[in-house]
Design a protein around this ligand. Sequence first.
Ligand code: SAM
Ligand code: SF4
Length: 498
Amino acid sequence: MPIKKENIKEWSEQRIDQSQIDKYVKNNKDFIDDDYITSMLDLRKEPDPGRVKDIIAKSLNIETLTLDETVCLINVKDLNLLKQMEDAALKVKKKVYDNRIVTFAPLYLGNFCVNDCLYCGFKRSNRDAKRSVLTLGEIRREAEVLAGEIGHKRLIVVYGEHPKNSIGYMVDSIKAIYSVRVKTENGFGSIRRVNVNASPLSIEDLKRLHDTGIGTYQVFQETYHHKRYEELHPKDTIKGNYRWRLYSMHRAQEAGIDDIGLGALFGLYDWKFEVLALLAHSRELEDRFGIGPHTISFPRLEPAANTPFTMESGYKVSDEDFKKLITVIRLAVPYTGMIITARETPQMRREALSLGITQTDASTKIGIGAYAGKALHQEGDKQQFLLGDTRSLDDVIREFASMGYISSFCTAGYRCGRTGKCIMDLLRSGKEGKFCKLNAVLTFREWLDDFASEQTKKVSEHVIQKEIDEIKEQMPKMFPEFMKYYEKIKNGERDLYF
Ligand code: SAM
Ligand code: SF4
């Protein structure tokens, strides 16, 4: 049923609670100082190679870098030094996350939006966009395909900002997803972790989201540069309020959500500025709450229908710069998970993997209702933006396995309370890796037995055997218990974890 314009206006006017911004702002300044960051970028134009090596050593010790250190890395031009940075980025990833890659699928639940971001196909002024929002029945159907046919265990649900996607709808839609259980040949499929990408919420709404049992709560700042942000987000929209968005993760922490994802949309402003600002945001959260971002995302701006801005933004990020920014983020915030999405081509995703990526999506569809095949706007020109990689999860996992990576479907972390500060300490010390290694093998076994093609199984068996051998060697005490679980899974039991 259409919602009246005046009701949308009233709803929009109640979204922002100024007191939930003011409580964090000091002397009318937020923690992103544009002038300071810009001036930092002019410093250290020619970083001393000895200093760069010291900075790399600090990253390898899994310590968050300072802005000054990160500027040095950004300004490295020497190809030898750059290569050393790339090698170190992979080493950091291996130290914290070993050879595991986590896979997920995005699920777009609706494309109504009251905002008018210049770069997004969902913007309200895109009159050609066909709008829809999935019913709970349609959501369950999407989850059945994702969990029962493809084998996903993790989703990121994506919402526009609109009364049709209010907090009540968010909670109900997440519950609907968790309720799905589909019989498979050898066991059953279900979605065990729902991450959320949504507009900034109030502390009260965030508490409700938290009580629903979500994984990561993601909000991308898009651009951290105040003036540029103003140009891209009309003032008369909710999203036009920079600080409401900037402090969304502070509010999440207060609401009990300590698993948070940061991001910037690269291509809206100078990538170097955004990298430093992402670091400043991470450090602010670490300093204030003792917990940094669980993940950082760095989507690149993609073309979108009726959105000419995407072709003329003026800050397009080249492939070379993109790889450099991934390397620098990996080194600057060594404990964080790093997500690359199907916006990127298979070739770029392969290259990014060796720079320290930890998570990626596959079998991705971003049309509303697209997984169950009833997409209202699955055609490329009607989506939010265009995808660079439409390969199936099976194809992507086979490729990972042939490169020696194990795909993990582990969702134990948040279900066992290993989130926030606890997970950060475990990641920094390398202890989380122990649980993850065991759970990666168990969940990969499940997926291989339930969903993999014969070809993928064949390539993956040696990866799984190598992991089992390592577990035997590295964790002899746990090995017998682990093998019991492994055998049970082979016999059709599901969802066992440490
Ligand atoms: N409406 C919520 C918001 O804006 O935070 C969440 C949904 S929005 C669809 C999710 C993300 O899509 C945005 O944060 C933005 O970074 C990204 N996005 C928007 N337009 C894009 C484009 N043309 N290319 C790539 N990513 C885009
Ligand atoms: Fe709406 Fe988010 Fe798109 Fe902006 S980026 S128009 S808020 S869906």
